[in-house]
Design a protein around this ligand. Structure first.
Ligand code: MTE
Length: 343
């Protein structure tokens, strides 16, 4: 975590650092050896639980849980959202290279630390400026007409993947609740449960974000045909590291808009706060549309590393497309908007 903190307060977002600077791999590898060297491995059983938990927190690690089990889904494959010209990112990369800071800031942390997340029972509330507030159970999430959509995911850190999501349009959920004319924005919130999400109780592990993680869209963006609520990927329910049981996917925006493990969707009159904008407003805006012409203050957004079948760091560099290639569907939403100012 070197270089991330100044006088105890986070000044830099972790993705202000190049990926290989973030959590030196030797440190991760050495955790168990340090525990062993301290003799704690051997006497672990005699240490009180809360002390053990504290030690795991210290090393940004939880007691390992058995691997989460995903289940097959039934869905259609609309031709419009299949892809002939994109190669899918292999499943192992999609579930092994993640950003989910509630489970740690290293790309491997979510897969290592999220396996014990309890997703059933789950409650998703739809509230605010709606005619019929909804309280959906875990089972309710799978009662929508599910479809597969292959979308590009472009992270603000300049890497990207191509992922076959399974889910339903956000518009279908909003239609069910009925948006009132006063509703101008949609706010989203991730589960807040520091017991289960260690980054929420440990500022170092959680990357300095003020939890719960929150995101937002304008009502027009939320109603756009591309805005999607995913409950699965590669044909099965979502693994926890990808945001089980339900997460947002907005493919024309930087990945941080695609909030995971959502518990509240609130239609609001005013623009809601968003986590990365709160942490570094000069770097991460509310709109956060993928835009190769507007660089991040400290790196270019003109190209991206497409994560493919090779090793994690042997990805192909390709040009970044305006709106991540979805301009036909979304450019009209930003007519007259200065996208340099509203980055
Ligand atoms: N949602 C929550 N709650 N916490 C996070 O840290 N990271 C975001 C987004 N959603 C994040 C989140 C970022 S930066 C990206 S790039 C995507 O999730 C990554 O999604 P993936 O891990 O499924 O590829």
């Amino acid at each position: 975590m070197k270089g991330r903190f100044t006088s105890g307060l986070m000044k830099k977002a972790p993705w202000q650092l190049s990926e290989n600077e973030v959590t030196p791999r030797e440190v991760l590898r050495d955790r168990r050896q340090i525990i062993k060297a301290l003799g704690l491995g051997a006497i672990g059983a005699s240490i009180p639980g809360y002390v053990q938990a504290g030690l795991f927190d210290l090393f940004g690690e939880q007691t390992p849980a058995p691997e989460f089990v995903t289940t097959p889904l039934t869905y259609i494959k609309p031709a419009l959202y299949q892809s002939d010209d994109e190669t899918l990112t292999p499943y192992e990369k999609v579930i092994g290279h993640n950003n989910f800071y509630e489970f740690g800031t290293d790309k491997a942390d979510p897969a290592a630390n999220a396996q014990g997340l309890k997703v059933d029972p789950w409650i998703l509330k739809v509230e605010g400026e709606v005619d019929t507030p909804l309280t959906l159970s875990y089972d309710d999430l799978f009662k929508f007409a599910l479809e597969e959509r292959i979308y590009r995911l472009r992270c603000v850190e300049a890497w990207s993947m191509v992922i076959p999501w399974v889910g339903f349009p956000l518009a279908a959920l909003l239609k069910k609740a009925g948006v009132k004319p006063e509703g101008k924005y949609v706010a989203f919130e991730t589960l807040f449960d520091p017991e289960q999400l260690p980054g929420q109780r440990n500022r170092l592990m959680g990357g300095g974000i003020h939890y719960p993680y929150v995101e937002g869209l304008t009502i027009a963006e939320a109603g756009n045909e591309l805005s999607f609520l995913a409950v699965g990927l590669y044909g099965n329910t979502l693994p926890p590291q990808n945001g089980a049981p339900i997460r947002l996917v907005v493919p024309w925006k930087y990945g941080f808009k695609s909030i995971k493990s959502v518990v509240t969707i609130r239609v609001t009159q005013r623009q809601p706060p968003t986590s990365w904008n709160q942490l570094a407003p000069h770097e991460y805006g509310f709109l956060a549309n993928v835009n190769p012409l507007v660089d991040h203050p400290r790196w270019s957004q003109a190209s991206e590393r497409r994560i493919g079948a090779g090793g994690l760091f042997s990805a192909t560099r390709i040009p970044t497309q305006m709106f991540n290639g979805y301009g036909e569907q979304v450019a009209h939403l930003y007519q007259g908007v200065d996208l340099r100012k509203h980055y």
